[in-house]
Structure formats: C-alpha cells, structure tokens
Design a protein around this ligand. Structure first.
Ligand code: PEP
Length: 263
C-alpha cells in the first residue's frame, strides 16, 4: 500500500528485522529460520531479515537460500583481519552469507562500550564491504526524561553519517530504538515513535538532502509484538520494525510482518 508523504507516493518498502541476540543454538536456529521462511515467504510487500548469532549465520543462510528472507549479522569489527581475539570482520560475514549487519545496537553501545566513533567506523567498513547496514540509534530513559531525545538522536546520526555522502548511504536503514523500550515490554506509543521518526527524517534531510531523507527507511525497535505492531507500522514515518524478543517466536514475528504487509 503506497502512503503519501508531502503529496507524493511513499516508495519505501517496509522492512522487518529479527534480532535473535544471544539466543538459539544450531538446531533451534535452523528450525526458527525454516518457520520464518514458511510463514513469511508469501508476503510480497515487506522485506524480512533475520540476525542470528555469528556461529549460526552460515547454517541459517543455507536454510534461507532461495527464499525471500535475508540474513544479517549483529555486529562486525572494523579491521579486515588481525590479532583481535573473538572479533569478526566484514569479509568473514559476507563469506558466510550475511547481506546485512546491525551497527550501533544499544546493547553493543551499553554492554560492550561501542562509542559514537566506533559506530561510525563500523558503518563505514560495512558499507565498503557491501554489507547493508542497519544503524541503531536511540535515547535512554534518563535522556528522554531530561528532554534530550532529539539532541541524542542528532548526535548519534551526525557522528555516524557525517563522513558519508548520500550515494554512499543508499543501502542504509535506520533503526530508532529508544533504549528504555528494548527488552522491557514498554513500547513507545505510535505518537511518540512517529514524533522521533519525523525528527530523524527532518534531521537527515538537513545533513544529506531531501531526496535521501524521503528514501531512507526508518525502523522502530523496542518491545514490538504481534499485538502492538499495527498501530506503530501505520505511522507515516515508520517503515518497519527491528524486533528482539518476539522474533524468537516465528508466529509472533510473522504476525508483525503481516501487520505491515497488510495481512
Ligand atoms: C532489539 O533487540 O533491537 C529489540 C528491539 O529488542 P526487543 O524487541 O526485545 O525490545
């Protein structure tokens, strides 16, 4: 269904991502991948991506080969190779079938200490490697309560995007993920999420031009489930969802995909 933005048709294909975080194992990841493929394969008007843990990327990619469900990684290291014990490079990811990568997820920022500069570097490396990045941004509860939401979003966008031109960012997807809504069951209201997304689009119009801003897809993330997805996904500046907990249940995840695909 085409929506209108300032009078013109909205060409943005909705995109739903499933971030499996540090969940599943070989058997359950393969089963989940098959179930997601079976339940979402017929949906033509929505793009679907799953983000398994590193060791499960290849088997999941094999399961999803020839399907409409793409595979992405949850992080990457910016170096091409070297003495970085435990780290995973962009070329390793593409070699095992990853097409997408999450960059700057709040758990990377908060638990592993990825700062804005590290996120910017990872984004640049991902793009150079041909990986399609999902850049995650979002404010903490403290920042929201202090009235600093837009300031935080602007800072995270600017530091990540400032060295990159609009053409270089053609494959970028943004994910607005208020930290207070991730894994907490506290979902932003459709109005709260729309307000943040409209701000993000306006901000990137200022930095990278109106054409880029009108085309870039902005996902909402934070406790999205089958029963709250429709209200969020109907908003004019919400182009999909990044889903954590509910993506581990193939039927709940498929319900979110259907909510945006229109049934
Ligand atoms: C996430 O991990 O990006 C996320 C949004 O998690 P949840 O849906 O569990 O809040």
């Amino acid at each position: 269904m085409a929506r209108t933005l300032g009078g013109s048709a909205n060409p943005r294909t909705p995109i739903i991502g499933g971030n499996w975080k540090m969940h599943t194992d070989l058997a359950t990841a393969c089963q989940l991948a098959s179930e997601v493929r079976n339940r979402t394969g017929a949906l033509r008007s929505v793009e679907v991506v799953v983000f398994p843990p590193f060791p499960l990327l290849h088997p999941v990619a094999e399961r999803l080969r020839e399907s409409r469900v793409a595979v992405g990684a949850q992080d990457l290291h910016p170096a091409p190779k070297g003495a970085f014990t435990s780290a995973v490079s962009a070329s390793m990811l593409t070699s095992v079938g990853a097409q997408w990568v999450l960059v700057g997820h709040s758990e990377r920022r908060q638990v592993f200490g990825d700062n804005d500069a590290a996120v910017a570097e990872k984004l640049r490396v991902a793009l150079n490697a041909g990986l399609r990045p999902v850049l995650c941004i979002g404010e903490t509860l403290q920042e929201r309560e202090a009235g600093r939401t837009f300031e935080v979003l602007a800072r995270q966008l600017d530091t990540a995007l400032q060295q990159l031109t609009a053409p270089a960012l053609a494959s970028l997807v943004l994910a607005d993920e208020p930290v207070w809504a991730i894994g907490t069951g506290k979902v932003a209201t459709p109005a709260q999420a729309q307000e943040a997304h409209a701000y993000i689009r306006q901000h990137v119009a200022g930095s990278h031009g109106q054409a880029f801003a009108s085309a870039v897809r902005i996902q909402y993330g934070g406790s999205v489930k089958g029963d709250n997805a429709a209200g969020l996904l109907q908003q004019p500046d919400i182009d999909g969802a990044l889903v954590g907990g509910a993506s581990l249940d193939a039927e709940d995840f498929a319900a979110i995909c259907r909510a945006r695909a229109g049934g």
